[in-house]
Ligand binder design. Sequence first.
Ligand SMILES: Nc1ncnc2c1ncn2[C@@H]1O[C@H](COP(=O)(O)OP(=O)(O)OP(=O)(O)O)[C@@H](O)[C@H]1O
Ligand SMILES: [Mg+2]
Length: 263
Amino acid sequence: MSHSKEKVRIVVTGKGGVGKTTLTALLAHCFAREGRTVLAVDGDPQQNLACTLGLPASEVRSIVPLSERKEYIAEKIGALPGRGGFMVLNPDTADVVDRFSYPAGNGIRLLVLGGVKNAGSGCLCPEYTLLSAVLRNAQFLPGDVILLDTPAGLEHFGRAVAQGFSIALVVTDPSYNGRSVAGQLCRLAHECGIPRIFLMTNKARVTGRDAMKNDLSPGYISGKIEVPDDPCIRAHEPSVVSALDGDCPAAGTVERLVRAVCS
Ligand SMILES: Nc1ncnc2c1ncn2[C@@H]1O[C@H](COP(=O)(O)OP(=O)(O)OP(=O)(O)O)[C@@H](O)[C@H]1O
Ligand SMILES: [Mg+2]
């Protein structure tokens, strides 16, 4: 997926429910276990990456997303949420991880972006401006590996994501609808200018066949990966930690993938 010494910036996208958050969390732990410094960014307003990484409910409840850090938004953007006015459109947000990320086990840092009303329409509100700046400048944030979990689709912060992230991991399940959306997302990621696009067929039931079925992928796909359907993941959800410590095929597949990337 990437050269071992290279900084890795991965956006994980795909249709709803295909396993984006699960895979983001598995990847985060596997990269951390390989000795990489990992920043996991939750870009989904539903904010379920924290519990999937294994944070206990009490800690999850205490997380304040970036979109609600009104003072920081005012400091960086020069305008308060809900008020508008003159705004700094490309603020320096390099300090955001130091100030607002949470420890998420295994040395992983977690940054929760939170929700922005009308993000899909690219509103020019201060929260949207701040979050897009964080994503656009992702290559300057600390961390060997940055993983961005997203809500279904790529639209919300499309252009900002494309500037900050060099790898798109498009996740699908073996269903026709999942594969069809994945095909559209691959195209969108390519059009946005993300240089490397990998197609990950998750919850695959027949080894080799489910990923091969994905004939919708065009020539610009850098690689196809298959992760098996794994009752062990469901049994331990929402956290992936026990799956990693047990003998779970899906976790094992992600572990081998990350080891190959890091070797
Ligand atoms: N390989 C797998 N085998 C079995 N179950 C899985 C696998 N991957 C994910 N799941 C299960 O699928 C469900 C959806 O996973 P997840 O929440 O990660 O999807 P998502 O794409 O992030 O969803 P959303 O679009 O709502 O954010 C969860 O119950 C999760 O445990
Ligand atoms: Mg999710």
